[in-house]
Design a protein around this ligand. Structure first.
Ligand SMILES: [Fe+2]
Ligand SMILES: [Fe+2]
Length: 514
């Protein structure tokens, strides 16, 4: 069936009447389907796209009013205009027809010109109505697609091409809407002036993507950076000649035959949406443009978020380095504590966002040390009780320095609670069990393990095996019940990864003192 032809279903129990209608309509380019059986109408309109029904009223099997009512009661078919062709012309008969949902009436014997004029008018209305419906469905489909993207949006995992492919899938012709969507979309993206071209087609609700070996970018007069251009053309119309020239190039390079299309051009992205089932309009061009803009907006948003995240990491590191000014044992301690904490969080099955946060925010666990006098921090011998009490203030100082910004809620909590112990023997608040926030419990173990592995002015470094033994079995200063049993279990599961992470992030020799 020719998709561009409009289809008219003629229903009449008399074959001769059907033949007359066919003789009037077929030569005018309409696709005519005929049936003498009114009971068949529902199944025909459900299976085939019908644009108009010409319906006899007086039929022995089922009258036209009943047929019309069935069509208008079905949400799938109620939009199809129905014209009743009848010898009945009384007011009551007309009212009965209107009540059944008929859109128009023609009295038998009919005048050919009048039939054609009514058919043209109703088909035009149907086509406008279809366009409106399609636009409405397009808006709903695109809105829910946009919602899906935003729901799963993550700047770190953002892949522009994947988003663009998703958009293309929304645009491409699906089964059912044979008129209003393109058959092919060609996308060109440029990265550092290197262009890659892809052709997208959809079949059986699957998206097929093929890399194209074309070089049309050399002939494209692209707009200036920051600008974009949208144009459309229909075969046989004096439309946008530049797009037509481009399409000719695409045809010669990709063996396509193009009847109509829309082009979106910008210095880093070109999209050609081709071969719609009907002529394209400025409306189609603006739909394509807004979809492309939506993808570009997300790309720019993700770049900006990544840049901000990068700046944040940089600032955290700067703060940590500044806080180590009084500590002669610099090196990678804070970086390793961040990495071990993330490893424990991951092993515990915490969400990805928590793992990423603890990786960065655990690095600030000891920022409060900046307020501890250098002579205490650098003292080689044993600390007096007073000096120990001063050091034990660093969690409070840390929480104060970090402050109350929501973005650093976890960092503040870690700084404050990383010396609390599961059995309640820690400081500064002697918190016990789950009263200690999970991030504090995680960093407590990560910090212990790394502190034992480090060489300090007052102690040698332990091997991995020694440190594991102390944490799992205990010694004079450390007992397993200092730690949350769940976190100890995760530690046991991740022992090998602890050892290899330590090797990878080990301090440079100048910092490691024997
Ligand atoms: Fe600490
Ligand atoms: Fe530490």
């Amino acid at each position: 069936m020719d998709a561009a032809k409009q289809t008219i279903l003629c229903v009449d129990d008399e074959l001769v009447n059907l033949k007359v209608l066919d003789a009037v309509l077929s030569p005018r380019g309409y696709q005519v389907i005929m049936t003498q059986n009114p009971r068949e109408v529902s199944s025909i309109v459900e299976k085939k796209p019908v644009d108009l029904i010409l319906l006899d009223v007086m039929m022995p099997e089922m009258d036209g009013y009943t047929v019309c009512r069935h069509i208008k009661e079905n949400p799938q078919t109620r939009h199809i205009p129905v014209v009743m062709i009848t010898v009945l012309s009384s007011k009551e008969d007309r009212i009965k027809g209107i009540d059944a949902g008929a859109d128009d009436f023609i009295t038998k014997p009919f005048d050919q010109e009048l039939v054609l004029a009514r058919v043209r008018m109703l088909l035009k209305m149907k086509s406008l109505n279809d366009r409106l419906n399609h636009g409405y469905h397009n808006i709903i489909r695109l809105t829910s697609f946009g919602e899906e993207i935003l729901k799963d949006f993550s700047a770190k995992d953002f892949r522009f091409f994947e988003i663009l492919s998703g958009v293309v899938k929304q645009v491409l012709r699906q089964s059912g809407d044979i008129q209003d969507n393109p058959l092919i979309v060609i996308v060109g993206t440029s990265h550092k002036k290197h262009w890659e071209w892809y052709q997208f087609e959809s079949a059986f609700n699957e998206l097929y993507q093929t890399r194209l070996n074309i070089r049309i970018q050399e002939s494209l007069a692209l707009p200036a950076p920051g600008d974009s251009q949208v144009m459309f053309f229909n075969e046989g119309e004096s439309g946008e000649s530049r797009l037509r020239d481009l399409v000719r190039m695409l045809e010669s390079e990709s063996l396509l035959s193009v009847r109509n299309g829309i082009g979106y051009l910008s210095p880093e992205l070109c999209v050609f949406s081709l071969n719609y089932g009907r002529d394209v309009t400025v409306y189609d061009a603006s739909v394509l443009k807004s979809l492309v803009m939506q993808s570009l907006f997300l790309k720019s948003l993700s770049n900006q978020i990544l840049e901000t995240e990068d700046a944040l990491e940089h600032t955290v590191r700067a703060l940590v380095r500044a806080s180590e000014a009084n500590d002669e044992d610099k090196g990678n301690h804070v970086i390793r504590v961040g990495a071990f904490s993330a490893l424990l969080a991951e092993t515990l099955g915490m969400p990805g966002s928590f793992v990423r946060s603890i990786w960065l925010q655990a690095q600030m666990h000891d920022v409060g040390m900046v307020r501890i006098p250098a002579q205490i921090l650098r003292k080689a011998g044993t600390l007096s009780d007073t000096e120990k009490a001063v050091i034990r203030k660093h969690p409070l100082f840390g929480a104060e320095i970090i402050g109350s910004h929501p973005r650093f809620r976890m960092a503040r909590s870690i700084a404050l609670t990383h010396h609390e112990r599961w059995d309640g023997s820690g400081y500064p608040h002697n918190l016990k069990g789950e009263k200690i926030p999970i991030e504090g419990r995680i960093v407590c173990l990560a910090d212990h393990y790394d502190s034992m592995r480090r060489t300090r002015s007052y102690k040698p470094a332990m091997s991995h095996e020694q440190a594991v033994h102390v944490i799992l079995e205990g010694d004079e200063s450390c007992r397993p019940d200092h730690f949350d049993p769940r976190i100890l279990k995760a530690f046991r599961l991740a022992l090998d990864r602890f050892a290899s992470l330590f090797r990878r992030l080990e301090d440079p020799p100048a910092v490691r003192r024997s």
